[in-house]
Design a protein around this ligand. Structure first.
Ligand code: CA
Length: 240
């Protein structure tokens, strides 16, 4: 899950970024409205946390631009303006939730999780074959065995499970699990997939993680693994 934090106040942006990273999310920070619009244009976010008082424009303008697109991410407004008028205006303009600064991080996290759950039926329990991921409690069980994963391993597995049966490119995996600094380091995905396989696949007869040649990786229960279905999520690739 990847979240964009639009916040010009460095202290709050750092605080939010660190907290959300600890909770297992990939975070980008946009310090003004123009970069926020650019970021949401370039990257497919799962959620945007939006400050209203930005140095270059009103946050509501940013909201307008995000909402102007076909399927924008949910937006949580986080602003010092606590007046009822702003709250109503934000929600009228298509924000999904509104919180006033100062805020308690636990409450923010609860609302973030609620927004991310929306539109994803029964998302807390993901299953492929005998592998079950409880994304709320961050537990992984294969058969009867509980498996311990590092946070990034968990992030990759959760992303793959949410897209089971779809081949995912290394770039897509990097974009959903790492922060922007990792752009281009797609080889790291191979390393993490190796770790994941050693924990969830190697000692089991039925392999769940499949390498999709020329694309990347896919998770699927073995009886359905072949032939590979080409879902529209695969980015178009030039024939070579
Ligand atoms: Ca501000």
């Amino acid at each position: 899950m990847r979240i964009l934090v639009v916040e010009d106040e460095r202290r709050i942006a750092d605080f939010l970024g660190r907290g959300l990273q600890c909770a297992g999310y990939a975070i980008d920070v946009a310090p003004d409205g123009a970069s926020a619009i650019q970021f949401t244009h370039d990257t497919d976010y799962d959620l945007v946390i939006l400050d209203l008082m930005l140095p270059d424009m009103d946050g509501l303008k940013v909201l307008e631009r995000i909402r102007g697109r076909q399927s924008g991410p949910p937006v949580l407004i986080l602003s010092a303006r606590g007046q009822l008028d702003d709250r109503v205006k934000g929600l009228e303009n298509g924000a999904d939730d509104y919180m006033t600064k100062p805020f308690a991080f636990v409450e923010l996290l609860a609302r973030v999780r609620a927004l991310l759950r929306r539109g994803q039926p029964a998302p807390e329990r993901l299953q492929v074959g005998d592998l079950v991921v409880d994304s709320l409690r961050r537990k992984v069980i294969r058969g009867t065995e509980t498996i311990d994963l590092a946070p990034k391993e968990f992030g990759i597995l959760e992303y793959m499970m949410r897209n089971k049966g779809r081949p995912l490119s290394r770039t897509m995996i990097v974009e959903h699990v790492w922060d922007m600094d990792y752009d281009g380091l797609t080889n790291i995905v191979d390393v993490y997939i190796r770790h994941l396989r050693s924990k969830i696949d190697d000692k089991y007869t039925d392999k769940l993680i499949h390498t999709v040649r020329g694309i990347g990786y896919m998770i699927e229960a073995p009886e359905k693994a072949a032939p590979v279905r080409l879902d529209p999520i695969i980015p178009m690739q030039a024939a070579s």
